[in-house]
Write a protein that binds this ligand. Structure first.
Ligand code: ZN
Length: 441
C-alpha cells in the first residue's frame, strides 16, 4: 500500500469552520490530510501516490454517528414474546433487556460487521457505540473493536453499566470499560467512553463507583438521559431536578461526556450540561419510534448546549437522523424557519465530540486533519456552495451512497466495494445465528 493517497477530480466540500467548495481534491499521507487544491496544484506532489479519481462526484468529510448500538442488529424482524409494549420501560423490559441478556460473543461478530459495513457505504467513517451484553460482558468490547478494525471504521465504544442484572454484572461492566480504555489508549482508530445505561437503573453507590473508575481511567461518560419522562420522574422522586441533575450530583457528567437524548430535561439541567462542558446527543428517529417525545433541540442550542446527533441503533446512516431532526424540529415548533442553523449546529457538535474523543481533527477536510474522506456517488445538480450545503444534504445528498471511503488515509471502500468486510458472508452468518438467539430471547 502506498503511504500517499491522492483523491482528485472531485467537487470538494471541506466542512469545518471556514467551509469552502472547490474543484479538485486532496493529498493524504500517514493518515493525515497534507494539502487541498486543484488537480494541477496537487499533481506534482502526488508522485507515487495511490489515486482515487472522484470523476466529478461530491467529496466531503466522513460523517460521524455520535450514538449507536451495534448489538441491536440481530433483532431485525424478530417477534416479541409478550404483549406489545405500551410505554418505554416496557419496550426495554420486553425487547432490549431480554435481547441483550442472551447475546453471545459469537453473535456480536456479524451484529457489529453489518452495521459497520452499512456505515461505510453511507459515508459514515466514525461510529460512537454503546454496548450491552450482560451474559457476555468480558471481552465484548474487543469483539466490536476487532470488527471495526476489519471494516476500517474509526470506533469508540463502552459497556453500559446497570444494576438490573445484579452486583456481579454491574462490577463486570465497570471492569470492561476500564479494560477497554487501556486498549484504546494511544490507538488513533479507537476511543473509549465509560458507559452507563441510565440513572434509573443505577443506585447511588453504583454511580459513585462508576464516577471513581471513570476518573481513574480518564474517560468521559456515555449515558442515556431522560429518554422517557419516567427517567426524569424517577430522579425527581429521589429528590433531584431530573436525570441529568442526579448524574451531575453523583459525579457522572465529567467534561466531554455524552448525555444521550435529553428529551425530558429542564433548563436548569442545560446550564449544568454547559457548565460541565458535556454534550447532549439527539436521536430523533429512535425517539419517534419509542414514542417518548421530541427533544427541544432548538431551545437547547439557543441556551448554549452543544447538541450532537446519533442514530441510537435505528440504522447506521446518521444522515437519515439528521434529516429526521430537521423535519421533527419543524413539526415540533410548527415554525419552518427553525432547524436550519440548528441542523448545521448538530453536525458541528458531532465534529467537536469526535475530535475531542479521538484527540484528532475529525469531520473537516483541512491540512492537519485526519484523512477521513468520502466520495459520494452523487453530482451537484445545482450550484453547490458552503452556504447551501445543508440544502443539498437534506434534499438529495442524504440518500447518496458512498462511492469511495477513506479512513485514516486508508481506502476502506473503493468504487462501491468494501475492502475490509464481506457483507454477504456476515449476513449469512447473521442468518445462521439469529434463529437460535430469537429462541433464547
Ligand atoms: Zn441508545
Amino acid at each position: 500500500m502506498s503511504e500517499k493517497l491522492w483523491i482528485k477530480n472531485g467537487e470538494v466540500y471541506t466542512g469545518g469552520e471556514e467551509a469552502r467548495v472547490f474543484r479538485g481534491g486532496l493529498l493524504c499521507a500517514n493518515g493525515t490530510i497534507e494539502a487541498l487544491g486543484s488537480d494541477a496544484e496537487l499533481e506534482p506532489r502526488a508522485r507515487g501516490a495511490e489515486v482515487i479519481d472522484a470523476g466529478g462526484r461530491i467529496v466531503s468529510p466522513g460523517f460521524i454517528n455520535a450514538h449507536m448500538h451495534l448489538y441491536s442488529m440481530l433483532s431485525r424482524g424478530m417477534a416479541l414474546k409478550d404483549a406489545p409494549p405500551a410505554d418505554f420501560v416496557q419496550i426495554l423490559e420486553r425487547l432490549w433487556w431480554r435481547l441483550d441478556k442472551v447475546l453471545t460473543l459469537d453473535d456480536l461478530v456479524p451484529s457489529a460487521e453489518l452495521p459497520l459495513a452499512d456505515a461505510l457505504t453511507a459515508g459514515v467513517t466514525t461510529v460512537i457505540d454503546h454496548h450491552a451484553s450482560p451474559g457476555a460482558v468480558e471481552g465484548s468490547l474487543d469483539v466490536l473493536a476487532d470488527a471495526a478494525a476489519r471494516a476500517g471504521v474509526r470506533f469508540s465504544t463502552c459497556y453500559e453499566v446497570s444494576d438490573r442484572d445484579g452486583e456481579q454484572v454491574m462490577r463486570a461492566g465497570i471492569a470492561e470499560n476500564v479494560r477497554f480504555a487501556g486498549r484504546a489508549s494511544g490507538d488513533p482508530m479507537l476511543a473509549a467512553t465509560f458507559g452507563l445505561h441510565a440513572q434509573f437503573t443505577l443506585s447511588d453507590a453504583s454511580l459513585e463507583a462508576c464516577a471513581r473508575a471513570a476518573r481513574d481511567a480518564s474517560i468521559p461518560f456515555h449515558v442515556h438521559v431522560a429518554e422517557a419522562a419516567s427517567d426524569a420522574a424517577d430522579a425527581r422522586a429521589r429528590g433531584f431536578e431530573g436525570a441529568l441533575d442526579r448524574l451531575h450530583a453523583l459525579g457522572c457528567m465529567s467534561p466531554g461526556s455524552l448525555a444521550i437524548h435529553c428529551v425530558h430535561t429542564v433548563e436548569s439541567e442545560w446550564s449544568q450540561l454547559r457548565a460541565a462542558d458535556a454534550f447532549a446527543v439527539h436521536n430523533p428517529q429512535s425517539n419517534m419510534n419509542n414514542a417518548v417525545g421530541a427533544a427541544a433541540v432548538d431551545r437547547m442550542l439557543a441556551a448554549g448546549v452543544a447538541v450532537g446527533i446519533g442514530t441510537d441503533g435505528m440504522q447506521a446512516d446518521v444522515r437519515q437522523d439528521l434529516r429526521a431532526a430537521f423535519l421533527l424540529g419543524h413539526h415540533r415548533t410548527a415554525d419552518p424557519r427553525t432547524m436550519w442553523g440548528e441542523t448545521a449546529g448538530l453536525l458541528e457538535t458531532n465534529r467537536a465530540i469526535a475530535s475531542r474523543l479521538f484527540g484528532l481533527r475529525l469531520g473537516e477536510l483541512a491540512p492537519g486533519a485526519a484523512a477521513d474522506v468520502v466520495v459520494f456517488d452523487a453530482y451537484a445538480p445545482t450550484p453547490f456552495a458552503p452556504e447551501n450545503y445543508l440544502g443539498h444534504l437534506l434534499f438529495g445528498l442524504y440518500q447518496a451512497r458512498a462511492h469511495s471511503a477513506v479512513v485514516g488515509g486508508r481506502v476502506r471502500l473503493r468504487a462501491g466495494e468494501l475492502l475490509g468486510i464481506d457483507a454477504e458472508r456476515a449476513a449469512a452468518r447473521a442468518r445462521e445465528l439469529a434463529p437460535a438467539l430469537w429462541k433464547r430471547f
